[in-house]
Structure formats: structure tokens, C-alpha cells
Design a protein around this ligand. Structure first.
Ligand code: GLV
Length: 390
């Protein structure tokens, strides 16, 4: 078996193993994919400051996220259609996260349902919701998440509309996949994936099919989002959602300091500085570039997490050194899942943990709690090059 040393190794195996339609779903950004690319390439602009002859023994990557102990400042982000990347994918990813000691976030757009994931895991997981129009469906989702003992609610606030991802349209993305000559021809080359899929009954959107009313085509992400998502969302409505959940609420998809202040006002416990992995507003700045401004605006008042672009432990280190209390990885674990199921998610976590632990030591730090901007070398205009004229 190939020796896996980095997340990119997992991506290559994943690409070979999973049908193009699902690989492309994960690996796309919207429109030109500029933001998708810059989420990662902007991390490369930040350098690490090497130190020597400092005590690098007894290192610890442990910390907390929304008051919960984590083995490292990394949570698994909500990823739609995870159960199409590998049979029973959400259950497998949740199990790997539980064993590793990091939070798993189940997406509303998952294949395995909330109940199914809860029945196959013992650590509480986080549950993600979108801002939908249908109050009854929203309330039922909240109740189901409570029943399943979810320990935090992640509200995605940057998807009132779906950004256009060209590849999904060209591939006719759906779950389960529609059988067209192109999709069948491609799936014929993915036999192990197909055999595993045939061995599970979980092939539909488990939280939606049979639960949401008036959905014309429950297999299509784009038709569901167009019909069900609240384009007129405002902060009052977000406040209402907040009041329906009595545990920690994390607002995911904040990229502007003004929005970060609003998130604070509605009583969120944490925000995720995120541009949805470059899948929404193409042309937006990368999350890591926006993080310093968000930290300046609210960093001393609310926990800030960072998502979008993380492919290594060094990336985690950079985000934490800039002030993030934690990070979220989406694609990095999806590659592992598609490549090798639960073992692949574990491998992705191990790779990131090792990179974080060793790089932290080489920067002269024993604990993630000790990381701060002095561990980084940052281009002078990194956070100020592009300014909004407000
Ligand atoms: C869903 O949130 C997606 O980005 O596809």
C-alpha cells in the first residue's frame, strides 16, 4: 500500500476511487474558482518563524472549542453528500472523529440521518442547519438534533442562495446519481465504490427525504436549495433560530467584520470565519486573509474558528497563531473518506495532527495555547491590501 504522508496523497487516491460527479462536487468552487484556490494559496504567503534551543518537549495540541475538549483545534466541517463519497460516509467520519477526539459536524444535506449517526456513535456530534423558510421543518430538525444529544448547533449563514458550481451542473449532480450514459460509463470504472454502495440502504438525503414537505426533486441539491432556502433572511430571523437551541450556537460563514459584530449581538457562542470553501461568492477574499480583521472586530468577545483552505497542520497552526480558537476541515477529511473510508479519515486527522505537533515544536512552542502572531512572518499588507470603502 502507498505510504501516505500528506493530505494530497489522499486526494489522489480519492480521485481514482470515487465517481467523477462526487469528486467534482467536493473539489469545486463557484464560477472561476478564484476564491477556492486563494483559500489555500493565501496560507502559503504566511511563513513560520523558526526558533531553536527552546523547550520542545511534552508538547500538547489539546485545547477546547465551544467549551468542549478537543485533541487538536480541528473539527470536521459539515459536508453535504458525504455518504456518496463512501458508503455510510457520515457514520464512518463521525466514528473516526470520535476515536480521535475531535468534533464531527453532521450536515443537514447528509445521506445518513441524524438518528442513524447517533445510533452508531457514542460521542455527541455537532449538527449543521441551513437558514430555511419552513419553520416546521427547521423546528423538527432542532428537535431531532436535541434528541440525538448533539452538543452544538452550527448555523450556516452564507447560503441564502447557492453559488453556481459549473461542474455540478455539467455532471447533473444528484443523490443517488442519475443514470445517464456518462455517469454509468464513469461508475463502471469505480467498482469497489459501487459494490459498497450496493451494500448500503443509505443513498438518499436522510434528513430531508420523508421529512421536508413540498420538495419537487429530493435528489437534487440545486432544486432543494432554490425552493427551501430563505433568500430574505435577516438578523432577527437568525436571532430566532438562536433562541430555539439552548446549547452552543456556532454561526458559520462570516467573512466581514461588520457581520461578525452582528453575530455577537444575536448571542452566538462562536463564529466561523469562512467563505464556504470558495463555493459561494467567487471573488471574495480568502478566510485566512479576512481573519485578522475579524479578530480585531470581535476576537476578544467571541470564539472565532476558521474554515476554508486548510490542507495541513501548518495551516491549522497559522490560523490559531492569528487568533482562531479552532479550525474546520472539510475537503481534507473527505479525501480520506473517499480514499479509504473510516481509516482514511483517521489518516487525514493523523497527518494534520503530526504536522501541527512537529511544526509547533519547531516554532518553539509546547502548546497550541502558546501560539500567537509572533510565531508567524506575515507580509506587511496581508490583511490590509484590499480594503472596503465604507
Ligand atoms: C453545501 O453547503 C454545499 O456547499 O454544497
Amino acid at each position: 500500500m502507498a505510504v501516505i504522508t500528506e493530505i494530497e496523497d489522499l486526494r489522489k487516491i480519492y480521485k481514482r476511487r470515487v465517481p467523477k460527479m462526487f469528486y467534482d462536487y467536493a473539489e469545486s468552487g463557484s464560477w472561476t474558482e478564484q476564491t477556492f484556490r486563494e483559500n489555500s494559496s493565501d496560507f502559503d504567503l504566511i511563513k513560520l518563524r523558526q526558533r531553536i534551543a527552546m523547550d520542545m518537549d511534552n508538547r500538547s495540541t489539546k485545547t477546547t472549542m465551544v467549551g468542549q475538549e478537543v485533541a487538536m483545534p480541528v473539527a470536521l466541517a459539515p459536508v453535504g453528500l458525504t455518504g456518496m463519497q463512501h458508503a455510510d460516509g457520515e457514520i464512518k467520519a463521525a466514528k473516526a472523529a470520535e476515536k480521535f477526539g475531535v468534533p464531527y459536524t453532521l450536515s443537514t444535506m447528509s445521506i445518513c440521518s441524524i438518528e442513524d449517526v447517533a445510533a452508531h456513535t457514542s460521542a455527541p456530534f455537532w449538527f449543521q442547519v441551513y437558514t430555511l423558510k419552513d419553520d416546521d421543518f427547521m423546528k423538527r430538525l432542532f428537535d431531532r438534533a436535541k434528541e440525538a444529544k448533539c452538543s452544538a448547533l452550527v448555523i450556516t449563514v452564507d447560503l441564502q442562495l447557492l453559488g453556481q458550481r459549473h461542474r455540478d451542473l455539467k455532471n447533473g449532480l444528484s443523490a443517488p446519481p442519475k443514470l445517464t450514459p456518462a455517469s454509468v460509463a464513469n461508475m463502471m470504472t469505480k467498482i469497489p465504490w459501487g459494490l459498497e454502495m450496493l451494500g448500503t440502504k443509505r443513498r438518499f438525503f436522510g434528513n430531508i427525504v420523508g421529512h421536508a414537505k413540498g420538495v419537487t426533486d429530493p435528489s437534487s441539491l440545486s432544486s432543494w436549495t432554490a425552493e427551501a432556502f430563505d433568500q430574505s433572511l435577516d438578523w432577527e430571523r437568525i436571532k430566532q433560530f438562536r433562541s430555539w437551541w439552548d446549547g452552543p450556537v456556532i454561526l458559520k460563514g462570516i467573512l466581514d467584520p461588520e457581520d461578525a459584530k452582528m453575530a455577537l449581538n444575536v448571542g452566538a457562542d462562536a463564529i466561523v470565519c469562512s467563505n464556504h470553501g470558495g463555493r459561494q461568492l467567487d471573488g471574495a477574499l480568502s478566510s485566512i486573509r479576512m481573519l485578522p480583521q475579524i479578530m480585531d472586530a470581535v476576537g476578544d468577545k467571541i470564539e472565532v474558528h476558521l474554515d476554508s483552505g486548510i490542507r495541513s497542520g501548518q495551516d491549522v497552526l497559522k490560523a490559531v497563531a492569528l487568533g482562531a480558537k479552532g479550525t474546520m476541515i472539510g475537503r481534507a477529511y473527505t479525501y480520506g473518506l473517499g480514499a479509504m473510508g473510516e481509516a482514511g479519515v483517521t489518516k487525514a486527522l493523523e497527518v494534520i495532527h503530526k504536522e501541527l505537533d512537529l511544526s509547533m515544536g519547531l516554532c518553539g512552542c509546547q502548546s497550541v495555547e502558546d501560539l500567537d502572531p509572533s510565531n508567524l512572518l506575515i507580509p506587511e499588507d496581508f490583511a490590509t491590501r484590499w480594503q472596503a470603502s465604507v
